[in-house]
Ligand binder design. Structure first.
Ligand SMILES: [Zn+2]
Length: 340
């Protein structure tokens, strides 16, 4: 029996030497140290041995067991280290490989145009003043000199939230808001934002669009200040050679009212498809703030005067980049957006 145990131990240790991975090691453990192993059986059956044989066999069997367990632990450590080294070698990260490109977003063409407009007016001393998209009938129409049933309301049909609340048709209600907030300070602001019209969507008109309103209120502000401001704006946006043309017009909230055009940037006034062969492109509607509007904003029209204008944002971008359909601005088609 003692001889048997020695053989068993030598055989097991010999087998352990040739093991190269942890799976083989586990099989070895089951075979030599597991519950069904020869060694376990010997230890289990010690009671059946004669009292003379039992102590020596028991002692040796336990020694063999301890020796095999120690050998197993050593081997496990060695294998673990080897496997780690192999993994590090085989799965090494190559830091010289080119990185995966991160796709960068970009600003929407409308945002780019807005920022250009902000920069130009910012240099002329205008602050940006934002006011709500959802407005009351009173601010959108009434206080801008368009009481209920005023015929000019027909020019601006919109989306109604209730009888009194609507989506603003222009950024002009911001004029009243800023005047009431700033009185009695002089004002020089631009009011950018989205406007809404209940009208058919075509290549030239959307039911939503951006507008930048301008408002200056002060002492002795005149129409020439307005024309000078618009001329300077057109020249900074489209180039120093631009010419401006002023036509009389009508808006309920300005008096007198004008339309400002500039010579066509594509044909220089010769006439082309973009300017509809007129040689001129619309820049904006504008005028001197109507006395009633000044008063509604809290400014006494006998002491104060001011000018206001309303610029489109998509239209100038359409002219600049030769875009023939305004619906592209809201279509979210990346093929379009990536061009700018
Ligand atoms: Zn033209």
């Amino acid at each position: 029996m003692l001889e048997n145990l020695h053989k068993l131990r030598d055989k097991a240790l010999h087998a352990l030497e040739s093991i190269t991975d942890s799976e083989e090691l586990e099989n070895w453990r089951i075979e030599h140290l597991g519950r069904k192993s020869e060694l376990s059986q010997i230890l289990r059956n010690l009671g059946q041995l004669s009292p003379e044989e039992r102590p020596a066999v028991g002692q040796l069997a336990n020694e063999v067991k301890l020796a095999l367990e120690a050998a197993y632990d050593d081997k496990a450590k060695v294998l673990k280290r080897e496997e780690l080294e192999r993994a590090l070698r085989e799965q090494r990260i190559d830091v010289t490989l080119p990185g995966r490109p991160v796709s960068l977003g970009r600003l929407h063409l409308t945002t780019q145009t807005l920022r250009e407009i902000y920069a130009i007016f910012g240099q002329m001393g205008f602050q940006v003043y934002e006011s709500p998209d959802v407005e009351t009938d009173e601010l959108n129409f009434g206080l801008l000199n368009m009481p209920p049933h005023h015929p000019a309301r027909d020019m601006w049909d919109t989306f109604w939230i209730s009888d009194e609340v609507l989506l603003r048709t222009h950024t002009s209600p911001g004029q009243i808001r800023v005047m009431r907030e700033r009185y009695p300070e002089p004002i020089r602001v631009i009011l950018p934002g989205k406007c809404y019209r209940y009208e058919q969507v075509t290549a030239r008109s959307e039911h939503q669009f951006y507008q930048v309103e301008g408002l200056a209120v002060g002492h002795a502000i005149t129409l020439t200040d307005l024309i000078g401001t618009l001329t300077e704006f057109a020249r900074r946006l489209y180039g120093p050679q631009r010419r401006i043309r002023i036509r009389g017009s009508y808006f309920p909230f300005t008096e007198p009212s004008i339309e400002a055009d500039m010579d066509c940037i594509l044909c220089g006034g010769e006439g082309c498809r973009v300017c509809r062969y007129s040689g001129w492109l619309e820049v904006c509607g504008a005028g001197m703030v109507h006395p009633v509007v000044l008063q509604n904003g809290g400014y006494d029209p006998d002491e104060w005067s001011g000018f206001a204008f309303g610029l489109g944002v998509e239209r100038p971008a359409m002219v600049k980049y030769n875009i023939d359909d305004i619906r592209l601005f809201y279509g979210n088609d990346l093929r379009f957006l990536r061009q700018f």
